[in-house]
Design a protein around this ligand. Structure first.
Ligand SMILES: Cc1ncc(COP(=O)(O)O)c(C=O)c1O
Length: 385
């Protein structure tokens, strides 16, 4: 029986009311598809992430696909990707026709291990996707040092507002893909953004987002009625709407506050849980440099089943019965049915990702989590043994 008095969500979006005014303004303007709000959101988001250009799109998945397509990744190419990530990261590579090379992660950070890269480099390696999982940036400098000249694409789906050694997520590689899904710190319902400081890449990203079309640069103003876009390559419709951008612009102004509150909640989890021998808390503990840079988009622990005396899944069932939502952190893509068959990664080859797949557990973390509810989560976890 679920304790219905106290359902505590794993994650909740946080809207404070003035989003309505932004949406009403867009509706009243009559321009609801990509328009002035998208252009403003792109500028503001890029600036907040230390990049010159923002290219808004429909999701984090399409942002990743756009980047790889704009880099010219295609059949015959290989792209390195960590196995422990949301399946979208690997699918973006598969959709270009390139071959994903799945690599292992460090269960302490949940991010790609730099030391496994050099041995997997080939003449076909076209890019490395560094995933900033759960809001902690991958060590992009260490990864780049192992693969000189190979473009690093940031999968920053979880890392809006994140930092790595003082540099913003979104300006650590050649381009970055952000997600605005409701489980992310900043949400537009669905939505995504690419950031880059490469002007030629930004231009191609914009073209590919819109069916490969662009307006001729030598048009008079106003353009004649017969002016039509030039379609110079095969592209997609990955355009964001002005309604989503109006939401995103308001959410962006709150992002620093959202992250500060998540760090406060993370510190409260540390205080309440760090002595439990069966639970390993995420990177970003007091004294560690990650604390000031992690955005805690999710708060993901590792459960030591032997020390706990039962399985992670049994624990998750018990917490659900107590009204507390949890989820596995994410999955190891090499263990998913379709990808196992298609990519043929042998069991045991990626031990870090396999451990994370079976032992990771996300516990409630969002900007509407009250201290009282968090105390209850802590109390139930402490009572687990
Ligand atoms: C690491 C990672 N990459 C990519 C995505 C895809 O983002 P979206 O859901 O906006 O398509 C997600 C979303 O959950 C993610 O967590």
């Amino acid at each position: 029986m679920v304790d219905a008095r106290r359902p505590i969500a794993l994650s909740l979006p946080c809207f404070e009311g003035d989003e309505i005014e932004g949406l009403q303004r867009v509706l009243a303007s009559g321009w609801v598809t990509q328009g002035p709000e998208v252009a403003a959101f792109e500028r503001e988001f890029a600036e907040a992430h230390g990049a010159s250009y923002g290219v808004a799109c429909t999701s984090g998945s399409t942002a990743l696909h756009l980047i790889l397509a704009a880099l010219g990744v295609g059949p015959g190419d290989e792209v390195m990707v960590p196995s422990f990530t949301w399946v979208a990261t690997v699918n973006a590579v598969l959709l270009t026709g390139a071959e994903p090379v799945l690599l292992d992660v460090d269960p302490r950070t949940f991010n790609l291990r730099a030391d496994v890269i050099a041995s997997r480099l080939t003449t076909r390696t076209r890019a490395i996707v560094a995933v900033h999982l759960f809001g902690l940036c991958a060590d992009v400098q260490a990864i780049a040092a192992q693969a000189p000249g190979v473009p690093i694409v940031e999968d920053a789906a979880c890392a809006a507002g994140g930092l790595h050694r003082g540099t913003q997520a979104g300006s650590l590689g050649v381009a970055a893909a952000f997600s605005f899904h409701p489980r992310k710190t900043l949400t537009t319902g669905e939505g995504g953004m690419v950031t880059t400081s490469d002007s030629a890449l930004a231009e191609r990203l914009r073209r590919l987002r819109n069916h490969g079309a662009s307006m001729p640069s030598d048009l008079p103003s106003p353009p004649p009625p017969h002016a039509m876009p030039i379609v110079s390559e095969l592209g997609f419709n990955y355009r964001m709407t002005d309604l989503q951008a109006a939401l995103g612009r308001r959410q962006l102004t709150r992002l620093p506050g959202f992250i500060a509150e998540r760090r406060r909640l993370a510190s409260r989890y540390t205080e309440g849980l760090s002595d439990l021998p069966w639970l390993r808390l995420p990177a970003g503990q007091p004294g560690a440099p990650e604390l000031a840079e992690h955005t805690f988009q999710s708060y993901v622990c590792i459960v030591d089943e032997a020390a706990l005396g039962r399985s992670r899944n049994d624990l998750m069932d018990e917490l659900a019965a107590a009204g507390i939502a949890t989820r596995p952190g994410t999955h190891a893509v090499h263990m998913l049915a379709y990808h196992r068959e298609r990519l043929g990664v042998a069991p045991g080859v990626l031990p870090g990702a396999t451990i994370c797949d079976g032992a990771s557990m996300a516990i409630p973390m969002h900007n509407r989590l009250s201290d009282a509810d968090q105390d209850y989560v802590i109390e139930r976890l402490r009572a687990a043994v």
